[in-house]
Ligand binder design. Structure first.
Ligand code: SF4
Ligand code: SF4
Length: 375
């Protein structure tokens, strides 16, 4: 095993291959506070990529209700218990990653879900934590809670699927860091499915090969964001490139959110994969649960999010979520607007920080109308 650097756990770690970061890394930020579990992203992905034979139960993008929703069944509970005690010593992860916890002869510690585990993607949907007693609805903060977690392949910096494949059929593209399965090399051994802690490689029983999210690379190559991002009803998603922390560029929206402001966090960073989908954690959920899921910095993110109105730059960056189908390379906030720019520096989107309010008159002589619903 080589020693590689992992900024999310703040220490070097074991990985079967030498560190080799792509020229640019595909990444996204999801603001969980705005997700309504409408599953539009799920269906947009399904219609685009997985409507064929053998893909009936396959969702490259899914949205599960936490704490009781899972796809496949109990995936994160199982991974966390396989890892043992997930301890953080301040900012540094003191437990073992899936690579470090591997048994002799294995590359990655993992498990293979049963076929039935994939069969009920909506089990647990809208089920909150705790029991509701009389009067609970009127207390703040609520004793019961739930939130929606949209998930797809994290196009990890250290993919466990790639590390475990005995056929070397999985590769990470140098131009954008998107992780793909070469289906002509794959023999369907499912070692990638066993290894991926997020369970984001799926098996097609008809073609007998592994399949996974391809980051909508045909769109990305043309300067557009993926389908799940542009169709999102809640406008919770923003794609972009992420740099390593020491090269963070405050003009790149994802660098700004993840490295500069530190308001977006990786999902289960303790796995050691350096996943590249980042989440703005929900602000109404017990911090201990969030710490287990997103690492030690959740208190800071919750505080920032609650005070978003006081930070114009941050607010402006959030206004760009769902504002365009184009890939935003850089952004700027000025004169009450958030601007997004493409790779050539041309403006592709402009959003006001405050929507202008226009009060329509009671009597409208132009249309010969009287508006009874206008005060
Ligand atoms: S999330 Fe899983 S499938 Fe995606 S790159 Fe990481 S290890 Fe591979
Ligand atoms: S489309 Fe957006 S709001 Fe709807 S479930 Fe997906 S991520 Fe959530």
């Amino acid at each position: 095993m080589a020693k590689v650097s992992n900024w999310q756990i703040n220490r070097p770690m074991d990985y079967p291959y030498e560190e080799s970061r792509p020229k640019r890394q595909f990444a996204a930020v999801f603001d969980i506070n705005k997700c309504i579990a409408c599953q539009t992203c799920t269906m947009a992905c399904k219609h685009t990529w997985t409507s064929g034979r053998g893909q009936e139960y396959m969702f490259w993008n899914n949205v599960e209700t936490k704490p009781y929703g899972f796809y496949p069944l109990a995936w994160d509970v199982k991974i966390l218990s396989l890892l043992g005690v997930n301890k953080w010593a301040g900012q540094q992860y003191a437990g073992k990653t899936v690579f470090e916890a591997a048994e002799p002869g294995q590359t990655v510690k993992g498990y293979l879900p049963e076929d039935l585990d994939w069969a009920h993607p909506n089990l647990g949907e809208d089920e909150p934590a705790g029991t509701v007693e009389k009067g609970d609805y009127f207390t703040l903060p609520h004793k019961i809670w739930a939130f929606y977690l949209p998930r797809l392949c994290n196009h990890c910096t250290y993919p466990a699927c790639l590390a475990a494949c005995p056929r070397k059929a999985i590769y990470k593209r140098t131009e954008d860091g998107i992780v793909l399965v070469d289906q002509s090399r794959c023999r369907g051994y499912r070692e990638c499915m066993r290894a991926c802690p997020y369970k984001k490689v799926l098996y097609n029983a008809v073609t007998r090969v592994g399949e996974k999210c391809i980051g909508c690379y045909p769109l990305v190559e043309q300067g557009f964001q993926p389908q799940c991002v542009t169709t999102c009803i809640g406008k919770i998603r923003l794609n972009g490139w992420i740099s390593p922390p020491d090269q963070a560029d405050p003009e790149k929206p994802i660098d700004f959110l993840v490295h500069i402001k530190k308001i977006a966090l990786p999902l289960y960073p303790q796995t050691g994969l350096e996943p590249n989908i980042y989440y703005v954690p929900p602000i109404h959920v017990p911090l201990n649960y969030l710490k287990q899921m997103f690492g030690p910095n959740v208190e800071h993110t919750v505080h920032l999010y609650k005070n978003l109105k006081d930070d114009e730059q941050l607010l402006g960056c959030f206004m760009l979520f769902g504002a365009t189908n184009r890939w935003i390379e850089k952004f700027k906030v000025a004169d009450g607007y958030a601007f997004g720019y493409d790779a050539k520096g041309a403006e592709i989107v402009r959003v006001p920080l405050k929507e202008p309010i226009y009060i329509r008159p009671f009597e409208d002589p132009e249309r010969q109308a009287v508006r009874h619903n206008t005060p």
